[in-house]
Design a protein around this ligand. Structure first.
Ligand SMILES: O=C(O)CCC(=O)C(=O)O
Ligand SMILES: [Fe+2]
Length: 215
């Protein structure tokens, strides 16, 4: 939270959905960004996801551990270059567990975190309201943000419509949603291009979600 006039305290946005501003310090953001750059390289690198409707997602995505495609998980990039998905490193499981403890005060269950979805948002990219429902485990989803600030819209479990809460996610912020909010609709209606901290050297926004597959 360096340099902020008003500190942003952690906030429970909905039951089990907690925003922890500035959770990753500068060094941790640099380490995670360097890892994302390596993961984005082919094979099984950053790709554009084509939806069954024929449209393309505006974010570009790379997966670790399990490859997400609409709508399921595979061990190879079945809708891309066909390469085996990159492994999910143990340090990301440690990071996810620390994140859940920071947000909820208690750790997640014993099953290891084994999926990372890394989304890259350029200036025009956004993500419509959806649920993360292709996992079989109820373990909380851990979301980490790097680069440009965005509006993260966190809704309810019943409908894609209001009520929802708009939260500003900035570089280094953590958001964890589990428990009664695990299957809440959420999305990113916009980012704010040019707001990434200059020291990071990232143009755009990266979001990393860590999940337990239960597969
Ligand atoms: O970019 C974000 O903050 C959210 C990403 C997301 O909802 C997802 O990857 O399922
Ligand atoms: Fe999501």
């Amino acid at each position: 939270m360096d340099g902020e006039l008003f500190p942003r305290p952690p906030a429970e946005i909905a039951p089990g959905a907690v925003h922890v501003p500035g959770w990753l310090d500068t060094a941790a953001q640099h380490r995670l960004l360097a890892a994302c750059r390596a993961w984005a390289r082919p094979p099984a690198g950053l790709r554009t996801v084509r939806m069954p409707s024929g449209g393309e997602m505006s974010v570009r995505t790379v997966c670790l551990g399990w490859h997400w495609f609409p709508y399921g998980y595979a061990r190879t990039v079945v809708d891309g270059d066909g390469a085996p998905v990159k492994p999910f490193p143990a340090w990301l499981d440690d990071l996810a567990r620390d994140a859940v403890r920071a947000a909820h005060g208690t750790g997640p269950g014993p099953d290891p975190y084994d999926i990372a979805l890394i989304n890259f948002y350029d200036a025009g990219a956004r993500m419509g309201l959806h649920r993360d429902s292709d996992e079989k485990s109820p373990a909380p989803v851990v979301s980490l943000s790097l680069g440009d600030t965005c509006v993260f819209r966190f809704g309810n479990t019943r409908t894609r419509t209001r009520p929802w809460t708009d939260v500003e996610l900035r570089s280094g912020d953590l958001f964890v949603f589990g428990g009664p909010s695990r299957l809440a609709y959420h999305g990113v209606p916009r980012t704010f291009p040019g707001t990434a901290p200059p020291h990071l050297g990232l143009r755009g926004r990266l979001n990393i979600t860590l999940r337990v597959s239960g597969l």
